[in-house]
Ligand binder design. Structure first.
Ligand SMILES: Nc1ncnc2c1ncn2[C@@H]1O[C@H](COP(=O)(O)OP(=O)(O)OP(=O)(O)O)[C@@H](O)[C@H]1O
Length: 230
């Protein structure tokens, strides 16, 4: 049975002289792999910030099930090349997201870090400074950091942009595996329609003042292009 994780109802968000959303409605069910597509400036980042509680809606509601407190969210940003001098090892970097009450990691927390590094294939290179890792390895380290606290929702914010094709598919294969085996719900923001079509089971296409939400089954890339204007 499908249970909702987050329900967005009649959401309106406006910046001065810029009504980004007027009446946005969709539900992310537990275990979904939802892609959000839409042209530049349509409000994808604003939507994420609203889901994270960083932007206050003008009206409407965002409800989390069973509660906002119980809904942990992991976030993988867009790939940006870090300075080669970035000194933290991959292991240290992944551990940064553990918000324990001690200034150092407990044994159980070390186990969490190890598990996150195993499932994202960075354990073998855990002692490497993150700044020296390849683009794909860096993104896998970000993914490990995002899942270390076992979030219910994983947000990928154009995380595959600027990666080469092989690395994109490698990253999304890992995400798909997490989605299917750990039941992590995924919200994948992208401009890459072939990727969205291959991995997502639902789509939210945003256009100025309009939205279309639906199941991906049977959608061609041309149809996705039409509904999203990407
Ligand atoms: N803090 C803010 N104050 C005022 N306007 C903002 C603010 N944040 C975003 N906007 C505006 O809201 C609109 C939506 O921006 P947003 O960054 O959410 O779009 P996006 O779909 O993520 O774009 P892109 O694909 O280019 O990242 C844009 O017109 C942007 O200029």
């Amino acid at each position: 049975m499908t249970e909702p994780l987050i329900a967005v109802q009649h959401l309106a968000i406006a910046f001065p002289n810029n009504p980004v959303f007027k009446d946005l409605n969709f539900t992310i069910n537990q275990g979904d792999f939802l892609t959000v597509i839409g042209e530049n400036g349509v409000g994808k980042t604003t939507l994420i910030r609203a889901l994270l509680g960083l932007v206050k809606p003008t009206s409407g509601s965002i409800n989390y099930y069973p509660s906002k407190k119980a809904t942990k969210i992991g976030y993988v940003p867009q790939f940006r090349n870090l300075d080669q001098e970035y000194p933290l090892t991959i292991e240290d970097f992944v551990g940064l997201n553990i918000r324990g009450w001690l200034p150092w990691l407990t044994k159980a927390e070390h186990r969490q870090v190890n598990t996150a590094m195993s499932v994202t294939n960075v354990k073998k290179i855990k002692q490497r400074p993150l700044g020296m890792a390849s683009g794909g390895e860096k993104q896998r380290a970000y993914l490990a950091q995002a899942i270390v606290e076992e979030p219910q929702l994983l947000i990928l914010d154009e995380s595959t942009a600027s990666l080469d094709n092989e690395m994109k598919y490698e990253l999304l294969d890992l995400v798909q595996n997490l989605n299917q085996t750990s039941n992590i719900t995924v919200l994948f923001i992208t401009h890459d329609l072939p990727l969205a079509q291959k991995y997502a089971d639902h789509f939210l296409a945003l256009r100025p003042g309009q939205q279309e939400y639906g199941t991906m089954a049977g959608m061609s890339i041309e149809q996705l292009k039409e509904v999203s204007d990407v």
